[in-house]
Design a protein around this ligand. Structure first.
Ligand code: FHN
Length: 426
């Protein structure tokens, strides 16, 4: 029997509801997977990065050495956040602790962290948060409930088995205390944060994760903080948004999503820039800027935020290939942001030709045509339309009404290879 004890009778605070709306308006976030694993750069295997400890079965006693060499002296939070801003990204979600158990912040409930165990010795999350505050970017913390390092993460789940060298015993309640201790640090030492992005419950489904305790602790410390969990199932009570890993809401092309439920909560889809979350030197499968923009647009049309990942290098720099792509995405957003930010997934459901977004006052709809071979597009819509224009040059779109909707003329010269955006005044 799964005994999860989600936060029962949860009533989100007004602040929380406001933040949910802010979150939905923000639409675009940067996911950052950064930890001591980046120094192994995937170890020559495509598809391994932040999982290297488990994939290569590296015992704790050996893996801990990675801390001894982690010295990202070129980490410049000001540069990171400025780059984020110029891309049109509104929030950052960074790994505070991944499955390897290593904290990228100054933890007092453990010394297995960046301040105590690395020559760098600085609190990366604090540095980043200070800069985010200065530049007006919200910061969320990813936190892995799964832990391959802590001895009390016992009984073990599907991963982090005997190769780690931990005793085959442990006190689960102690682990929950430790986790809640770290979460308390994250929610008290870094000012107001966007929220907590949980991951890892899928490691042991039948465990009592004491979500009631953890979720109410978070909401008590910061009632406005949004909680989301990447458990791949429908949201539990106490969660404030629903997330989908590398898939649009409701889809399951990657094999992660275990639910057909799309909740009325704010939605978020996360995606990699290549195929890896953490830095992998061999992974050159970089998605084109076109593919990334189209996925962002698709996410918006599915009423979801887009959380796009980068895995920084051991020296603290962001991969150049990622910066180049983000620059192009930023240029597109600076021209077309009006059709994405502050909108909701359109009243015209996603179609093979593309998606629609709509302003919150429902006066303007945007059609994002992502695939079109014909010179005309039939759109099923039974509302009244005042005018349709091409968003890029305000020229009028010729259209006629049909029994089922509207037939729009889209001559080839007016089409854009990435997204032909039409503005529809309702
Ligand atoms: O195992 C993790 C993985 O390393 C990464 O953090 C992703 C991000 O969504 N989540 C997990 C897999 O579901």
């Amino acid at each position: 029997m799964v005994n999860l004890f989600a936060q029962s009778n949860y009533e989100p605070s007004d602040k929380n509801l406001k933040n949910r709306e802010w979150f939905q308006d923000a639409k675009f976030g940067l996911f950052i997977h950064w930890g001591i694993y980046c120094q192994m750069a995937g170890g020559g295997d495509l598809g391994i990065a932040e999982w290297i400890m488990n994939s290569k079965q590296i015992p704790i006693i050996a893996y801990e050495n990675l801390g001894n060499y982690f010295n990202p002296i070129e980490f410049d939070p000001k540069e990171w956040v400025a780059m984020v801003k110029s891309t049109g990204i509104k929030y950052i979600t960074i790994t505070s602790k991944h499955h390897d158990g290593f904290a990228m912040f100054d933890s007092k409930v453990s010394d297995y962290d960046v301040v105590d165990r690395t020559p760098y010795g600085k609190d990366i999350l604090k540095m980043l948060k200070e800069e985010c505050d200065k530049q007006g970017i919200k910061l969320f913390f990813y936190y892995s409930q799964l832990d391959w390092h802590h001895p009390d993460y016992f009984p073990r789940g599907r991963t982090g088995g005997s190769y780690t060298g931990r005793p085959e015993s442990g006190n689960w309640e102690n682990y929950i205390k430790y986790m809640n201790g770290q979460l308390t640090e994250l929610l008290t030492n870094y000012g107001s944060i966007g929220g907590i992005w949980f991951d890892g419950m899928w490691d042991k489904w039948d465990e009592n994760w004491h979500l009631d305790e953890t979720y109410s602790l978070i909401h008590k410390l910061q009632p406005g903080a949004l909680i989301g969990s990447n458990h791949h199932k429908a949201p539990y009570e106490g969660e404030d948004f629903q997330m989908f890993e590398r898939d649009l809401p409701g889809r399951n092309t990657m094999g992660f999503n275990q639910t057909g439920t799309i909740s009325p909560l704010p939605l978020e889809m996360c995606e990699t820039m290549n195929g890896s979350w953490g830095y992998n030197i061999k992974d050159r499968r970089f998605k084109s800027s076109k593919e990334i923009i189209q996925t962002l647009v698709q996410a918006a049309g599915h009423n979801a935020n887009f959380l796009l990942n980068t895995g920084p290098l051991p020296n603290g720099k962001i991969q150049k290939e990622n910066i180049d792509t983000l620059k192009v995405v930023g240029e597109w957003m600076s021209k077309n942001g009006e059709t994405i930010y502050n909108t909701r997934g359109g009243i015209i459901p996603p179609h093979h030709w593309g998606v629609s977004t709509i302003t919150k006052n429902k006066k303007t709809m945007y059609l994002h045509i992502l695939n079109l071979e014909d010179n005309a597009l039939h759109v099923e819509f039974d509302g009244d339309i005042k005018e349709i224009t091409f968003f890029n040059d305000n020229s009028k779109v010729s259209y006629s009404q049909t029994d089922a909707g509207y037939l729009l003329e889209i001559p080839p010269a007016k089409r854009n290879d990435i997204d032909t955006v039409l503005k529809v005044d309702l």
